[in-house]
Design a protein around this ligand. Structure first.
Ligand code: UD1
Ligand code: MG
Length: 431
């Protein structure tokens, strides 16, 4: 279905967000709201135009990380503010023009498709709500839509209407071209409203097709409260997908999983787990309150309270409580307690004692620690990188290792204990 042009409105300031960040760049499950709108639009169209004005460059730059085939149109916001002004002056490739809002991160392409009806010049989306507070009200008479009145322009009676305009429309491009110049800003906000096209269509005896859409998915995010609610719904969607695929989650409501995360096999997520960025988990057990970011875990267990930072790759590995791993590859390793393993590569059969730390940063640069197979590292060891520990070697507890260690060697650097008998009683006075 690529004979549709899509316009996504994202030029508004988003005043109700009370933020310096443009509304559509607020994130849900790790990605900006506008990303989701464009991503769904791409399933329907090869001609997508995003309308920008406020912080346009920042929004463009951010979207360029994800998409390279989107058109950007700058709204003449000074002369033509409002959602109607936003769609003026755009060239469309196709006859059907689907208009979406950039502040609707939950809409799905399958639902949007319902608005594209071949022989209808104008289709609009409607929400049947308990309270339509914040939305434009759809005035219906004798089962037909007559007009949309914005909340700020409603009289007392119109305010009571609970049928709301969801804000998504499909127009024939010739209807838009002909009628956009007829919009006026004669309303309380002094804006050009796209919604006034409905009344114009009725005057022209054009049949309007109202499509009732799902409230949850078509909720516009206008405030931080809306953002938090949309986040919960989006998280539920992500988690449902994994639960259906066989992942076990203990108290799913306490788990946070970002949009690009992949989980497969027989994996278990305990309560409070956070999975961020481009993380891939296979057949692994992530215990209570652990965080994994941009990393790959295979047949491993981590936590409780472990942190796996970006570019880590764990295979057949056990990471225990209070262990931090960063930019490291661990294959068949055990690090059970309180350790920091950064910029390291550690091989099969190696045991990392409690309190072991890779000293990877010298204040200017980061250096690598390479540890071979079957290495036994005693507790409270500092490995000063760059350093290599060959296969089959041992480090005594409490050592600071600054030189490479050869196969078969034991290295220990701790000072010999000194005993002074009776010192305690002398120091504190005999009782
Ligand atoms: C709009 C509708 C309202 C509907 C609601 C659904 C109008 C006049 N009102 O109201 O009937 O119930 O959506 O969520 O259309 N935008 C621009 N340029 C502008 C102004 C806004 O591109 O000059 C963009 C915004 O960035 C946003 C979208 O249009 O993505 C909607 O704007 P918003 O201010 O959220 O409109 P609502 O008041 O929610
Ligand atoms: Mg809105």
């Amino acid at each position: 279905m690529s004979d549709i042009s899509v316009i996504i409105l994202a030029a508004g300031q988003g005043t109700r967000m009370k933020s310096k960040t443009p509304k559509v760049l607020h994130k849900i499950s790790g990605k900006e709201m506008l990303y989701y709108a464009i991503n769904e639009a791409k399933k329907l169209s090869d001609d997508i135009t995003v309308v920008l004005y406020h912080k346009a460059d920042l929004i463009k730059q951010t979207m360029n990380q994800y998409f390279d085939d989107i058109n950007y149109h700058t709204q003449d916001h000074i002369n033509f503010p409002g959602t109607g002004g936003a769609v003026m002056g755009i060239n469309y490739k196709h006859k059907k023009v689907l208009v979406l809002n950039g502040d609707m991160p939950l809409m799905e392409a399958s639902e949007l498709k319902q608005l594209v009806i071949k022989n209808k010049k104008l289709t609009m989306s409607i929400l049947a709500l308990k309270s339509a507070d914040g939305y434009g009200r759809v005035v219906i008479k004798d089962e037909s839509v007559i007009k949309i009145v914005e909340q700020k322009d409603c009289n007392v009676k119109e305010l009571e209407i609970t049928t709301a305009n969801a804000g998504i429309y499909c127009f024939d491009s010739d209807f838009l071209n002909e009628n956009l110049p007829k919009l006026s800003n004669d309303n309380n906000q002094k804006e050009y409203y796209i919604t006034d096209l409905i009344e114009i269509a009725i005057i022209q005896n054009i049949d309007i097709e109202p499509v009732i859409v799902n409230e949850e998915n078509f909720k516009g995010v206008n405030s931080k409260l809306d953002l938090a609610n949309a986040q919960t719904l989006h998280q539920n969607r992500i988690k449902e997908k994994f639960l259906k695929n066989g992942v076990i989650m203990r108290l799913p409501d306490t788990i946070y999983i970002e949009d690009d995360v992949e989980i497969s096999g027989e994996s278990i997520l305990e309560n409070g787990v956070t999975l961020l960025g481009n993380t891939k988990i296979t057949d692994s057990h992530i215990k209570t309150n652990s965080i994994v970011e941009d990393s790959i875990l295979e047949n491993s267990s981590i936590g409780p309270m472990a942190r796996i930072r970006p570019q880590s790759n764990l295979k057949d590995t056990h990471i225990g409580n209070f262990v931090e791993v960063k930019k490291s590859s661990l294959d068949g390793v055990k690090a059970g307690h309180l350790a920091y393993l950064g910029d390291s590569q550690i091989d099969t059969g190696t045991n990392i004692g409690a309190g072991t730390i890779t000293c990877n940063y010298d204040g200017k640069n980061k250096h690598k620690t390479i540890i071979g197979k079957n290495v036994f590292i005693g507790s409270d060891t500092q490995l000063v990188a760059p350093i290599t520990l060959e296969d089959n070697c041992m480090i005594g507890a409490g050592s600071t290792v600054t030189k490479n260690v050869k196969s078969g060697e034991l290295v220990t650097t701790r000072v010999k204990p000194r005993s002074i008998s009776g010192f305690f009683y002398k120091f504190f006075g005999e009782k």
